[in-house]
Design a protein around this ligand. Structure first.
Ligand code: ATP
Length: 434
């Protein structure tokens, strides 16, 4: 490994608050006492150069994770940790709630393409060598004498400056094809591109059909992260350039309206999120509906069979009603009829429909009214109250509740009194004795 004496202390001090740095210093000091050096690794180092705030800090230690976490707990006032035996990692939190992940430096070996790696303890060099891209394979020393010194064995800093994602070795994508999708995400978020030799490796991995060897669950996890990216529209030309559309749909979209469509979808999600912060919709479902809105259902089934997507039948049902929605709504005259149509679609499906038919103001207004008001309209009576009024329990009671809701949506009733009158007028309740 080439020695690198770049001292990042000034950069760290200019970007991170003192408390965060103090916490790292303490960990570095305690790790040194234990004789197991610790390093800041991965995304946080990359983000430091990009001048982006790194929310998650990863510390790699050349020794026992639990022993370090335990010593930190003993020496740092208010510190505590959670140890995950399965992964041998610990989350260390200080009294101010500042948390970071500690993992043991490890060496990885891939027994077969796309299989999970065999892992054993290693030093920082081995730990950096197992990483996906040079820009993610940098570390910062935390030991007191050398705190802030950069380890950059693969010239990640230079690649970062050149905007290039470069794998560490030619088999990287074959070992772990999730790195291709991680690369796509980094390229999208940081507006980077693959280095030419890594692009060549991508081609070889695709020729080897590497994704067929990846489990559906691992693939879906990565696709989900992709669909949730704020910069998702930027990823679309990359999906074309990297020949990866097949992971999401049988062919690339025929028209170039997809970025606009997805952007509109994101705006609708944002609109709903602002209105109802406690009900954040799962971003990936509306995005999938939009990506699939022109794909035959039989093809979609093929993807859904492979991925553990939640609520598949709901998603398919939404896709089925989507093309006919403008006509169906046009035929519905009463507000209750429109609300009943929206009730048959999921919230994600409605948000997608608002993006697909953004130019149809009647449809969009009706969808907004449903999401904002109609679906949350408090009932004037519950089943119990109707029984107190003399109605019998059973299916007819459910039907009466439905009729009441429709009358309420159509503005025919607005309070308990006029609702009761309405029930009498409909012959559901007997007239009140004089
Ligand atoms: P962000 O959290 O901003 O998305 P990150 O780089 O921190 O970026 P993580 O998924 O948290 O992303 O991964 C942390 C680090 O672990 C990465 O920087 C990389 O060095 C390494 N890493 C994660 N997944 C892989 C993988 N599949 N192959 C090799 N290295 C990986």
């Amino acid at each position: 490994m080439a020695a690198d004496s770049t001292n990042l202390l000034p950069l760290l001090e200019s970007q991170w608050e003192a408390a965060r740095l103090d916490h790292l210093r303490q960990i570095g000091r305690i790790a040194q006492q234990l004789g197991t050096p610790a390093y800041l690794v991965g995304g946080a180092v990359r983000d430091l150069f990009l001048k982006r705030f790194a929310p998650d800090l990863d510390v790699a230690v050349e020794g026992d994770t639990r022993a370090l976490a335990e010593a930190c707990k003993a020496q740092i006032r208010g510190a505590h940790y959670q140890f995950h035996a399965q992964f041998g990692t610990a989350i260390l939190e200080d009294s101010q709630g500042f948390a970071l992940d500690i993992a043991q430096c490890r060496l990885e070996h891939y027994p077969a393409p796309a299989a999970l790696p065999e892992v054993r303890p290693g030093n920082i060099h081995a730990d950096l060598a197992r990483r996906d891209f040079t820009v993610n394979a940098m570390a910062i020393r935390l030991d007191p004498q050398q705190f802030g010194i950069l380890l950059d064995p693969y010239d990640g800093k230079a690649d970062l400056q050149a905007g290039l994602l470069r794998t560490l070795h030619p088999r990287s994508f074959l070992d772990d094809p999730t790195r291709i999708l991680r690369g796509l995400r980094f390229a999208t978020r940081f507006r980077m591109d693959l280095a030419p030799e890594s692009h060549q490796q991508l081609k070889q991995a695709l020729q080897a059909d590497i994704f067929t060897q990846l489990s559906g669950a691992r693939l879906w996890r990565e696709l989900r992260y992709l669909l949730e990216l704020e910069a998702l529209p930027v990823a679309l030309p990359l999906l074309t350039a990297w020949k990866l559309w097949f992971l999401l749909r049988p062919t690339a979209p025929a028209s170039n309206t997809m970025p606009t469509l997805l952007q509109r979808g994101q705006e609708q999600i944002q609109w709903l999120r602002t209105l109802f912060p406690d009900e954040p919709p799962a971003i990936f479902i509306p995005m999938l509906i939009l990506i699939w809105q022109d794909v035959p259902l039989a093809d979609i089934q093929h993807y859904l069979d492979r991925w553990p997507v939640p609520d598949r039948s709901r998603l398919l049902a939404d896709l089925q009603v989507l093309p006919g929605l403008p006509d169906t709504l046009l035929k519905a005259k009463r507000p209750s009829q429109k609300a009943n149509i929206w009730q048959g679609v999921s919230v994600a499906g409605i948000l997608a429909a608002m993006a697909v038919y953004a130019d149809n103001t009647t449809l969009v207004d009706s969808a907004r009214l449903y999401l904002q008001v109609q679906r949350r309209l408090p009932s004037l009576f519950n089943g119990q109250e109707l029984q107190t009024l003399g109605l019998k329990a059973g299916p007819s009671l459910g039907n009466t509740l439905k009729l009441l809701r429709e009358a309420q949506l159509d503005g025919e009733i607005s309070n308990k009194e006029n609702a009761q009158q309405w029930l009498i007028k409909q012959g559901i309740l007997p007239p009140k004795p004089l």
